[in-house]
Ligand binder design. Structure first.
Ligand SMILES: [Zn+2]
Length: 292
């Protein structure tokens, strides 16, 4: 039932995308994913929880061949927003899957208790499949594959890259050249649409392997801090709207069950005082107030 519903929705969106593409309505405006070396359509579809046909339809692709650097848009089916309860599922399992909380699920569905039944339809806060935007989907998928010891993470530290170009792979190579054995110093990199998607959250090996960061001088914070880097020089301009949205959804996801209670959500310059301007004067500092 659930599968069929999903399939119908995807088909419908695909049809819409096919219809809209020649009119120039679907494409052009947004980049969700920039093709990197080794990417395949099926790999990308799996990463974002969508299908190859839907990806092809959305992007007007005639074959499965994609080029490095090619900009792709994700099908809107990433945000259907309804979850149908399966056998064995609890509210906390469902909340975890969509990167939301039990409290938000109960509130949005008017539930008085934690009791749910098989077949029940739930509205997923923020539209489902990875937060309001779908931008969290790859993070949720990657985090499902690993075991996170929430108690070890005491800090989340935000950075900017201070340059306009680059992505997780590019920064990872640079950090390796600088002698970091685990490469990319951050756990997550949020793209600006240049060398990765606008708002795309790239997951580094340090998150996948739950390794300490290498993003600040303070070694206690490196040991226990998750590093998030926004691509761009935020001394000169604000992050894109989707970058900011991705960052906020990622922060909420990490705060809700993946970090120690009372985790300190901060920025680089507050950790390494008098050493850096990172993450720049146009970083949205007010977004962190809710964690204070
Ligand atoms: Zn920094």
């Amino acid at each position: 039932m659930e599968y069929r519903r999903e399939f119908l929705k995807k088909s419908l969106w695909s049809a819409l995308a096919l219809w809209a593409a020649p009119l120039g309505l679907a494409a052009a405006t947004r980049t969700d994913h920039v093709v990197k070396k080794g990417d395949t359509l099926s790999g990308i579809a799996k990463k974002y929880g969508t299908s190859v046909p839907a990806l092809k339809a959305t992007n007007g692709l005639k074959s499965d061949t994609i080029q490095v650097g090619e900009k792709l848009q994700l099908p809107p089916s990433a945000a259907t927003g309804i979850h149908i309860v399966s056998k064995g599922e609890t509210l906390s399992v469902i909340a975890g899957r969509y990167g939301t909380s039990v409290k938000a699920l109960k509130r949005d569905n008017g539930l008085k208790s934690d009791l749910i039944r098989v077949g029940q339809k739930l509205q997923v806060p923020g539209g489902g499949s990875g937060g309001a935007s779908g931008l969290l989907a790859p993070v949720i998928a990657a985090t499902h594959r690993i075991r996170v010891d929430a108690t070890r993470w005491r800090y989340i530290v935000c950075h900017h890259s201070a340059i306009e170009a680059g992505n997780a792979e590019v920064y990872g190579r640079a950090h390796k050249r600088r002698g970091m054995e685990h490469g990319l110093a951050y756990h997550f990199v949020i793209g600006n649409g240049k060398d990765s998607g606008d708002g795309e959250i790239e997951i580094g090996p340090r998150w996948e392997q739950q390794l300490r960061g290498g993003h600040v001088r303070n070694s206690r914070v490196n040991d226990t801090g998750i590093g998030i880097c926004l691509v761009g020089n935020l001394e000169n301009h604000r992050p894109t709207q989707r970058q900011r949205q991705a960052m906020n959804e990622l922060l909420d996801f990490l705060r809700d069950g993946h970090t120690r209670r009372g985790v300190s959500v901060t920025v680089h310059k507050r950790v390494d005082k008098n050493h850096t301007v990172c993450p720049g004067r146009y970083f949205p500092y007010g977004d962190l107030d809710r964690f204070a």
